[in-house]
Ligand binder design. Structure first.
Ligand SMILES: [Cu+2]
Length: 318
């Protein structure tokens, strides 16, 4: 067995996935819309958004954070563009704006942000998906420091994310949401980068491997995927024995997110199947769509005995 990349490498980053603790995630995950448009929604991104009310802003590369990608939707089977992979701050008329100056290094931060809609006003009505109205991710440019949070929404449309301390460096912050505009509203992932002042100490990406350990658990991926849509399977064991007591987390038995080395594209990987009590595992199956080949840092989160675990590994995608 090759040395597994550690799930939470020891380094001075705030490598805590959920600072609010496992009890902040009492509910399991479900892909709310999966039954409607399963193939496209495997992406976890906005692939089927109908024309925005304001065509003037749809797909406009209007921010410095824009990856320069066309805001185009993609039919099933196509490799999506990188705006669909969460690398744009604006898409389909929706825009992510941070309303605070950037976080300070080494200190927990309440980060405030808004999502404005096609009318330019902050959106206040979000559909619940995967049990939450918004999923928020932070990751440093070297793919360390992963945080997965569920911010609070104020009545005026201001979100507050309770970020754990960030190490100096460049971070990408992602908001993943579904505007509550009707049954055909699709999920959007918008992101922006912030620079945390200080001397950044980049951490080399761990070598690709298929095993990660965390909190005594071993997670093994049993397939080596290629870019595009594929099924991905993981097995969870402890002390060499398969585990069968995973608890629902965000309406699934595991939550998988992945970020691409270099451009930080986000691949949202969706669990197949439903949850039924505290008896998930040992095998976990996901619908995966990696928008591009290369090295992906994969974070697999699962819960046992009320505690959330985050395993991380580097996955080579051909
Ligand atoms: Cu979430």
């Amino acid at each position: 067995m090759t040395a597994p990349p550690t799930a939470q490498p020891a380094r001075p980053t705030a490598d805590r996935p959920s600072p609010a603790g496992p009890l902040a995630h009492p509910l399991a995950r479900r892909w709310l819309l999966a039954s409607c448009v399963p193939v496209l929604l495997v992406l976890g991104m906005a692939l089927t958004v109908p024309p925005a009310p304001s065509a003037a802003t749809a797909g406009t590369p209007g921010t410095a954070d824009m990856a320069g990608m066309p805001g185009m939707d993609h039919p099933a089977g196509d490799v999506p563009d990188l705006a669909a992979a969460g690398l744009a701050a604006e898409r389909n008329g929706y825009r992510l704006d941070l309303t605070d100056p950037g976080p300070t290094a080494g200190r927990a931060t309440d980060l405030r942000f808004t999502v404005t809609g096609p009318d330019g006003a902050p959106v206040t009505d979000f559909a619940v998906h995967q049990t939450k109205r918004l999923h928020f991710y932070a990751i440093r440019s070297d793919l360390t420091g992963f945080q997965h949070l569920h911010p609070d929404l104020a009545g005026d449309g201001t979100w507050t994310a309770a970020l754990s301390a960030l190490a100096p460096g460049t971070w990408r912050l992602y908001a993943d949401f579904v505007p509550n505009t009707g049954p055909h509203a699709a999920e959007l992932v918008l992101s922006r980068t912030v620079t945390v002042p200080g001397e950044a100490a980049p951490v080399p990406l761990p070598a690709p491997g298929d095993t990660a350990t965390v909190d005594g658990y071993t997670v093994t991926l049993t397939a080596r995927p290629a870019a595009g849509a594929h099924r991905l399977t993981a097995v969870v064991s402890r002390d060499g024995r398969p585990v069968g007591d995973l608890q629902p987390y965000l309406d699934a038995y595991a939550h998988l997110s992945a970020f691409h080395e270099g451009d930080l594209a986000l691949a949202h990987l969706h669990p197949a199947g439903t949850v039924d009590g505290d008896r998930g595992g040992p095998e976990l199956t996901f619908q995966a769509l990696f928008p591009e080949p290369g090295n992906w840092r994969v974070f697999l989160q699962f819960q046992t005995s009320g505690q959330l675990h985050t395993a991380a590994l580097t996955l080579r995608v051909d």
